[in-house]
Design a protein. Structure first.
Length: 357
């Protein structure tokens, strides 16, 4: 087995296809164990994997990547269920009505025009050197079918893993996934230099623990029974409490308290993952954050306030001494650039309650 050549498959990668091709193969082996894999199945698995970073988290894959219109098609025809116990996105894609299935299959065929052959081209570097692109596919097919240098050979619309490679892939699933994700994150860092939390944005979001945020805001609400929602003006109570991420969770990918405020459930649902209108909502947001911070400071709940220490890069004593204008200015300095980055990535922006959704 030419394992050394396998390590070169991601060299000089200019788009994301190869990463998701290898992940699709690993997924197929994990789920079925079958050495024969149809191109259609692999391309659908590629799409199921790429939808989250590309459309849910709205990362950029660069100008040369063609996944975006296919991911948009998925979002237009499926209200993706991201609940922890929901069916995998692959199952949701396969349950599309026949007309949408056919259109999606037409789109994903474009994914497999080159990548199955380009992926294993490094195993046949000497033979392919100097060849024009139109001739490379035929050479790779012939070479892969005549030797075991590549992990798989071609049989019609399927690839078939060679026995030794099959055993290698099965035994080293975790290592190969880590290898792929490491290269994928490096690729994404180049195309998303201002985005944080990239490693949290590669897959379906997991079950989140909002215990600390609930304790923080329920404690505040017990002493502020007339608290009103900054978006709607409605009274927020412990019975209708929902925790809104001022900057959407799908952008920040964390639950730090400086970005969370209480809203009624219906308001949070209406806002969804939109960016708020900063001109309209930042002032009440900052005032509420300031008041809640000092409420818990007065209660001696310093352990709850570590998120503010991390955000402002100052110790809690220094933050406690800030007058509101300074606190507001520091918070705005952190929020505004993040909001602009999210807007540049394509998050819906300018949310105002009652005017959309």
């Amino acid at each position: 087995m030419n394992v050394a050549a396998l390590s070169a498959v991601f060299a000089d990668t200019t788009n994301s296809y190869k990463f998701y091709w290898l992940l699709a193969i690993l997924d197929c082996l994990r789920d079925t164990g079958n050495p024969r894999m149809s191109m259609r199945d692999l391309s659908m698995r590629m799409l199921a994997n790429v939808w989250y970073p590309l459309d849910y988290f709205k990362l950029s894959f660069g100008s040369r990547d063609s996944f975006k219109p296919i991911a948009v098609f998925v979002s237009q025809h499926i209200v993706v269920d991201n609940a922890p116990n929901a069916p995998a996105l692959l199952s949701q894609l396969l349950s599309l009505p026949p007309p949408q299935q056919l259109e999606l299959e037409h789109l994903v065929k474009k994914l497999i025009k080159w990548v199955p052959y380009r992926f294993i081209r490094p195993m046949f570097a000497s033979e392919a050197r100097g060849l024009h692109d139109p001739k490379v596919n035929a050479l790779v097919i012939a070479a892969a079918n005549a030797s075991t240098r590549a992990p798989y050979w071609f049989d019609g619309d399927s690839i078939v893993m060679h026995d030794a490679w099959l055993q290698y892939f099965q035994q080293h699933q975790a290592i190969l996934r880590g290898f792929t994700y490491w290269h994928l994150v490096r690729f994404l860092q180049k195309n998303n230099p201002n985005v944080t939390g990239l490693t949290e944005k590669l897959e379906k979001p997991g079950l989140r623990d909002l215990t600390v945020a609930n304790r923080f805001w329920k404690g505040y609400l017990t002493a502020h029974a007339e608290l009103t929602c900054i978006y709607s003006g409605q009274i927020v109570t412990t019975s209708n409490l929902s925790l809104d991420h001022f900057l959407p969770w799908s952008f920040v990918a964390h639950d730090q308290l400086w970005n969370i405020i209480p809203t009624p459930k219906s308001v949070n649902s209406a806002k969804s993952n939109c960016l708020p209108c900063l001109d309209r909502y930042f002032e009440p947001f900052a005032q509420l954050q300031f008041d809640a911070f000092h409420f818990h400071t007065d209660k001696g709940h310093n352990k709850l306030l570590e998120d503010y220490h991390l955000l402002f890069a100052q110790d809690l004593a220094a933050i406690q001494q800030m007058p509101y204008p300074t606190f507001r200015a520091e918070l705005h300095q952190q929020i505004a650039p993040r909001l602009q980055t999210a807007q540049n990535l394509g998050f819906a922006h300018g949310f105002e309650y009652g005017t959309r959704g």
